[in-house]
Design a protein around this ligand. Structure first.
Ligand code: RTP
Ligand code: MG
Length: 149
């Protein structure tokens, strides 16, 4: 399996509940490498573009309202099979159905405020990384490995 990159976002509820470190630690301990990260407020147009696939859904307005309601922590993680593995680590979309031990299962409360976003396929990951990060905001992990320690 080739190395992949995926876009992960701690949603405003996770940032407000001080869960950024908890989320990052899970990905680090799993063995993935962080290659991009930023705390940011999300412009409405960016939120709408990000969730464009849900534009016609009844919950679209609420979803965009939520994502733009406070700072998010946007990340790019790299590693073998990271796209599907991250989705498993996140758990089901509805926290009530997400298994204990998953991020949503351990911390999420409601469908609308479910802590974390992760790209759901290779094409989505590529699109989302381009949408949220400039090329020079992403770091090449091989350049840092074993350099100082
Ligand atoms: P995400 O895109 O945020 O990572 O979540 P996901 O892939 O697990 O779920 P998706 O189907 O892409 O839905 C995006 C977000 O919309 C909200 N949602 N509400 N009320 C509803 O029926 C409903 N369905 C989805 C959730 O907050 C979900 O994370
Ligand atoms: Mg989704």
């Amino acid at each position: 399996m080739a190395k992949q990159r995926t876009f992960i976002m701690a949603k405003p509820d996770a940032v407000q509940r001080n869960l950024i470190g908890e989320i990052m630690q899970r990905f680090e301990r799993k063995g993935f490498h962080l290659i991009g990260a930023k705390l940011m407020n999300v412009p409405r147009e960016l939120a709408e573009e990000h969730y464009a696939e849900h534009k016609e859904k009844p919950f679209f307005g609420e979803l965009v309202d939520f994502i733009t309601s406070g700072a998010v922590f946007a990340m790019v993680w790299e590693g073998e099979n990271v796209i599907a593995t991250a989705r498993n680590m996140m758990g089901k979309t509805n926290p009530a159905e997400a298994a204990p031990g998953t991020i949503r299962g351990d911390f999420g409360i409601s469908m609308g405020m479910n802590i974390i976003h992760g790209s759901d396929a290779p094409e989505t990951a590529e699109r989302e990384i381009k949408l949220w990060f400039k090329e020079d905001e992403l770091h090449v992990y091989e350049k840092t490995i074993n350099k100082w320690i």
